[in-house]
Design a protein around this ligand. Sequence first.
Ligand code: ZN
Length: 241
Amino acid sequence: MRIAVLSDIHSNLAALEAVLASIGSVDAIWQLGDVVGYGPDPNAVVARLREAGAIGVRGNHDAAAVGDLAIEDFNADGRLAMEWTRANLSHEARAYLAALPEVLVPDGFDFTLAHGSPRDPIWEYMLTTWEARENLAAFETTYCLVGHTHVPLVLRQKRRMERLSAGPESRLELDGRRAFLNPGSVGQPRDGVPTASYMVLDTAAGHATWHRVQYDIEATQAAMRDAGLPPRLARRLSFGQ
Ligand code: ZN
C-alpha cells in the first residue's frame, strides 16, 4: 500500500491542494493533526480532507479550535489566529475536529499516529533522541508517526537512538527497528524551506520517502491579509520559519 502522511496543514488550502495533486493516487491518507490554526481556510481544508477520505488525529490547535484547550496556552499571534479560527469555523468543521482521537493505530497497520508524542499527544515536541527514548514505552507498534515540530525528522532505535534529518527526497528503509517518523509540515514548514512537506509510506516495498512541493504562498498570504490574520504569521511562510 502507498499511504500519504500529512501533518500541520494549518488551514493552508493552497498548500494542501498542491500536496494532494503531487501525491497522485494513494491507498490512504493519514494526517497527524493541526488541521487548523494560523491559516485562512479552516473550513475548506476540513472539507478537502473529508473528501479525500483522510483519517488521523487531533493537534493542539484542533483541540483549541473546538474549545477543549485554553486559548491562553498560545503565544500572542497564535492566540489572535485561534480567536479568528473559532469565530469562523463551520458547524461541520467543528464536528469533524471534535471527533478526532488523540492517538490512532489504523486497523492492521504497524504504525501509531500522534500529533506531538505518544505519551503526550497534544503538547510534547519530539526533537531529540532523549525524547524518543522516553517515548518508546508509550506505544506498541514498531513505528510512530508524529508532527507538531514542523520539521521533517527520523528518530530511530539503534544501540541507543539516532537522529536523522529527512531532507527532500530522502528515504528511510522500514527495517523493523523502532522509529519515530515526522513528515514535516504541509502548511507552515519551519526547517528553513518554504515548500510544503509530506511523506509517503510504501508498506510493500518497506520504505518511507519525504517530498517537498511548491505552492502558491502569495495566495495564502493574501487570504491571510484579507482575513485580518497577524501579518507575521503570513510573512513567515515565505521563509519556512
Ligand atoms: Zn502545528
